[in-house]
Design a protein around this ligand. Structure first.
Ligand code: NAD
Ligand code: WQD
Length: 337
């Protein structure tokens, strides 16, 4: 079985490529390296002792995609490629709509041309907006609160329409909660450009001394300690969720939707404490204003994936902190792209 991994040099894509190779899938990666570098793929090869095909290519260029499908018989696509910074998407929405939506349309058109109708799509818990209750189940109402989230919601809808038009398509919409952590080898991990937007990369940069203190965005939420609560999921668990989805896709299920989360929420302060414990470093923080657009709490009901995919997250908060810290310590400048 040969899997095309778009965005495979990125954070989740590189970890998923490791697990695909470990499971003896053939892997073809398409990535324009706009938010990643080829070194991540060298390390994927190093970790697995296996090779993969890499194309520096852009999903905005249909010919690029066409050439890859001409060269390789693809059985399914795992589609990670996209821009993902929420704040940036508010300032440059057209870039986000163009890259994420036009890029996905190009990919789907080429897949259709080559009669490859199996796709796993990286969606996000952001499609639930501010949920009316917790934990979040897959049939909760959907909404978008920013252009990035809207691209996820629109692509989910595009894929559902595509299935209605042609029920030979098999489509898995995987809604990730908050991916964190790194491969236990310490060789691959999250490598954000500049100052991180997300909590865990920010904490790890404070721990290693590259940033001064964590700004805790609000301590007056209706949560146990007043700080925001999220469902942090180890990236390896998330990657394995994709591996468990592929056999399901090959049973020709039509459209299937799964939450990939742990079902457990942790607050910002719990994450800081957890990281202090595993790193042995003091993490300074200060309480700052709420970040516009943030919600108080968000965590998954992951039972559907457990029942239908036989998948559940097994890594603990300690694993998430330990693996992030190992990656950060070994690679203070990331991949040095
Ligand atoms: P990432 O930025 O590390 O990976 C995305 C990859 O896509 C990058 O390597 C980038 O170079 C590539 N890419 C972007 N535009 C492209 C284009 N036009 N053509 C070819 N390649 C392109 O992000 P990630 O965290 O690994 O996220 C992967 C996917 O999961 C994204 O679709 C993201 O929206 C989604 N997601 C991420 C999170 C998260 O918090 N990390 C949560 C939910 C969903
Ligand atoms: C987590 C918590 C912050 C940074 C984002 C996207 C979402 C999805 C995952 C892609 C919140 C608090 C954060 C900091 C803080 N991505 N925080 N200080 O916002 O839950 O989700 O990534 O689909 O769409 O919105 O993740 O890591 O930014 O924040 O106090 O410096 O940490 O307020 O409570 P978020 P995050």
């Amino acid at each position: 079985m040969r899997i095309l991994v778009t965005g495979g040099a990125g954070y989740i894509g590189s970890h998923t490529s490791v697990e695909l190779l470990n499971e003896n899938y053939d892997v073809v990666v398409l990535d324009n390296l706009s938010n990643s570098c080829e070194e991540a793929l060298n390390r994927v090869k190093n970790i697995t002792g296996k090779s993969l095909e890499f194309y520096k290519a852009d999903i905005l260029n249909k010919q690029d995609i066409h050439d890859i499908f001409s060269r390789h018989k693809i059985d399914a696509v795992i589609h990670f490629a996209g821009l993902k910074a929420v704040g940036e998407s508010v300032g440059i929405p057209l870039k986000y709509f163009h890259n994420n939506i036009t890029g996905t349309l190009n990919l789907l058109e080429v897949m259709d041309d080559f009669n490859v109708k199996n796709i796993v799509f990286s969606s996000s818990a952001t499609v639930y907006g501010d949920p009316a209750s917790l934990p979040i189940k897959e049939d909760f109402p959907l909404s978008a609160t920013n252009p990035y989230g809207r691209t996820k919601l629109m692509i989910e809808e595009i894929l559902q329409d595509l299935y209605v038009s042609d029920n030979r398509w098999n489509i898995a919409l995987l809604r990730y909660f908050n991916p964190v952590g790194a491969h236990e080898s310490g060789q691959i991990g999250e490598d954000p450009e500049g100052i991180p937007n997300n909590l865990v990369p920010y904490i790890s940069k404070v721990a290693v001394g590259l940033l001064d203190k964590v700004n805790v965005f609000g301590n007056d939420y209706d949560t146990s300690d007043g700080t925001g609560v999220r469902d942090y999921i180890h990236v390896k668990d998330l990657a394995i969720g994709h591996i468990k989805t592929l056999p399901k896709l090959f049973t020709k299920p039509g459209v299937v939707i799964y939450n990939l989360g742990t079902g457990q929420g942790y607050s910002v302060l719990e994450m800081i404490k957890g990281f202090e414990k595993t790193s042995g470093k003091e993490i300074s923080y200060k309480i700052a204003d709420r970040r516009p657009g943030d919600i108080a709490a968000c965590f998954a009901d992951p039972l559907k994936a457990k029942k239908e995919l036989n998948w559940q997250a097994v890594k603990t908060l300690d694993d998430m902190c330990k693996d992030t810290w190992r990656w950060q310590k070994n690679n203070p400048d990331g991949y040095q792209k």
